[in-house]
Design a protein around this ligand. Sequence first.
Ligand code: FES
Length: 110
Amino acid sequence: MTMSWQVLIELYQVPERGGLWVTVENTQVLVSRNGEEINGFAMECPHLGYSLEFGKIWDGELTCPFHSYRFSLRDGHCLNAICPDLIRYPVKIVDQQVLINLTPQGETQA
Ligand code: FES
């Protein structure tokens, strides 16, 4: 898979201590913000792979709608269960825009 960065969203559009879903190349990404820290997470819950799209986003956390596992939007860590972290995509900020690479972190990048 090639490593390519593309614009996901303008930085100012991402709510502080919150997040929103953005579709890029037919992939839904949860982009979250904590100060200058930006993260991009995959839509699949790391528990059983169900969609997190209708999960509750509140106060820097995402709660899965299926089994109520809670995840920190700061680092994707699961807060109330033994479960892998949310899948993250590499993101960076360039000229007040959030750029994303759709290769999940941890996968081999060419
Ligand atoms: S599928 Fe998300 S907590 Fe079980």
